[in-house]
Ligand binder design. Sequence first.
Ligand SMILES: NC(=O)CCC(=O)C(=O)O
Length: 297
Amino acid sequence: MTKLLKKPLKLALVQLATGADKSVNLSRARSKVIEATSNGANIVVLPECFNSPYGTSFFPKYAETLLPSPPTESQSPTFHALSALAKETKTYIVGGSIPEYWSETKKHYNTSLTFGPDGKLLATHRKVHLFDIDIPGKIRFKESEVLSPGNRVTIVDLPEYGKIAIAICYDIRFPELATIAARKGCFLLLYPGAFNLTTGALHWALQGRARAMDNQVYVGLCSPAQDMEAEYHAWGHSMVVDPNAQVLAETDENEGIVYADLDADKIEEARKGIPLYTQRRFDVYPDISQGDVRYEE
Ligand SMILES: NC(=O)CCC(=O)C(=O)O
């Protein structure tokens, strides 16, 4: 049986302190990615909206143009910064997310760019499920006031390691994306995300562990650091969960880097012990990974 993760790897989640100055955010991200790779990371993940504050009023102001691809330096400084950084460090970089503007449709998206060690763009994930919630007295947030949703499941094949899936924050609450990615052979589900003090305390770790447990894969959740001076208070607590739903590594709310060594045998061991993969009853319910799924591969 071919292993889903072909060889061990070190994953790093950069819980970045972000602020209002895009160029400061980019240079801070650069120094943290260099720190992570100098500590041996093979894949480095940045948080949701790592180049801007998180909030509907900020999305249009910070948005960059990514299409047609590749964009020019002035259309997307972040694209060029991440591509150069991946090449310089010879590392896979999952570039959290950034606000995107597509002039052709005049729409904004919350978009994640993944680059390979040669600096080439490997995948673009536009957040599929927009964060629209209203918990009276606690938090109201409506991404859909400004953003449009993406419409693809994003799977990236990293030749030396295997397949990973990228989705963004609120996407984690929709287990279908995770199930489809796992059934398509991903060993790792990555969610750049910015939960908040209300839902973070309730569901952040639970969601990460649930996606790992249901699918018996590794899961990484990468948040910005908490800033109580900012308009939106991110939960922090970036974490890596293993295929048995155990938290391998986690941080608090402050800026930092979470490292985890992913073991190439762990997924198959978990699946041998609890063989969900051979026990599914597709004669009773459908396999949602089959049929009409839209992929960005
Ligand atoms: N940025 C987001 O999508 C936040 C999602 C969130 O906080 C949640 O509870 O879900």
